[in-house]
Design a protein. Structure first.
Ligand code: ZN
Length: 143
């Protein structure tokens, strides 16, 4: 089993030193993020695996940076000067999960996916904003 470590962006930057993106002085994350296309991604790919980090959407709706190359749900890349230790996955949380309601198009922050799970458990494809009083009462019974 790989070691799994969570840290915040500042902590990771202090430890691994993310490199400045010289292709684009207006790059995201204060000039540190590399894009997923063109010369920028080619440059990322030319780096050793253990210095590549992928920024992307997590399964829970939040966004994260993970150590290592990846391409599923990618939003960008980072390159660190210091390699990530072997057999270790580092996860950096960038933003909290958001809940998107298919029914009314509402979007709101849902840090622990509590709201999503509550409605899912009840089999309702709705959110607190568009659920009826009866449905909300039913949800309170589910909890
Ligand atoms: Zn809704």
């Amino acid at each position: 089993m790989d070691n799994f470590i969570e840290m915040d962006f500042e902590e990771a930057d202090e430890k691994f030193h993310f490199m400045v993106n010289n292709y684009d002085e207006n790059a995201s994350f204060n000039g540190l993020m590399f894009e997923t296309y063109g010369d920028e991604v080619e440059y990322v790919k030319s780096m050793p695996q253990n210095r590549i980090w992928m920024y992307g959407d997590g399964d829970d709706g939040g966004t994260y940076i993970w150590s290592g190359w990846g391409f599923v749900n990618r939003l960008g890349y980072f390159i660190s000067e210091v390699p990530c230790p072997e057999n270790t996955t580092i996860q950096i949380k960038i933003s909290e999960p958001w809940h998107y309601c298919e029914n009314c198009d509402a979007e709101f922050e849902d840090p622990d996916n509590k709201i999503r799970d509550m409605f899912d458990d009840a089999g309702l494809e709705k959110c607190p904003a568009c659920a009826t009083m009866e449905e909300l009462k039913q949800l309170e019974g589910v909890k």
